[in-house]
Design a protein around this ligand. Structure first.
Ligand SMILES: Cc1cc2nc3c(=O)[nH]c(=O)nc-3n(C[C@H](O)[C@H](O)[C@H](O)COP(=O)(O)O)c2cc1C
Length: 161
């Protein structure tokens, strides 16, 4: 039977969902069945052999729906391999990435869970979609699509039974 993977995302402006879809595309091309869903809408993990949870970081915190997802499914996630990613530093400098990583680690530390893989992907800022004063932020897209696809390949390999 094909492996079934859930990718649950928590987004405000869509880039975390786009990355979820990108990961899903790679994993599907490697033979996995993959569902992509908003984290808040997932009610059960019963049908999945692996789970990926992606969330955007805002003002130092991982998106509340990603945090809630881990709490709500904490018991199930102890028995299924799961990976997490967060968006998104403004640049891929070591300093920016490790700052975002600390924010994600702080969210994970409030659970009893240990993901088998953790990634930080560069973020996307579209000032036109933001309210003042954030509308003054420079437009950026720091996603490294090769790195995203490589991570998805690694997940597929590492969750292969
Ligand atoms: C107001 C605001 C605050 C942000 N705060 C953080 C932050 O604390 N850490 C971080 O890594 N990224 C931060 N970001 C960047 C977002 O995580 C990035 O834009 C991400 O791609 C947004 O994801 P979404 O499009 O799925 O909502 C912030 C962005 C905005 C607009």
């Amino acid at each position: 039977m094909r492996r079934s993977v859930l990718i649950a995302y928590a987004t405000r402006h869509g880039s975390t969902q786009e990355v979820a879809e990108e990961i899903a595309g790679v994993m599907r091309s490697l033979g996995n069945h993959v569902d992509v869903a908003a984290a808040e809408l997932v009610t059960s993990l019963a049908n999945y052999n692996a789970v990926v949870v992606g969330g955007a970081l805002y003002t130092g915190r991982w998106h509340k729906d990603a945090v809630r997802f881990l709490k709500q499914h904490e018991r199930a996630l102890r028995h299924v391999p799961f990976a997490v990613y967060a968006m998104g530093p403004r640049t891929l400098s070591e300093q920016d990435v490790s700052s975002s990583r600390r924010q994600l680690d702080a969210a994970l530390a409030r659970t009893s869970l240990t993901p088998f893989a953790i990634a930080i992907f560069g973020g996307v800022v579209k000032p036109a979609e933001l309210r003042f004063p954030f509308s003054r932020m420079p437009a950026t897209d720091a996603r490294d699509h090769a790195a995203i696809r490589a991570w998805a390949q690694q997940l597929s390999l590492e969750t292969a039974a």
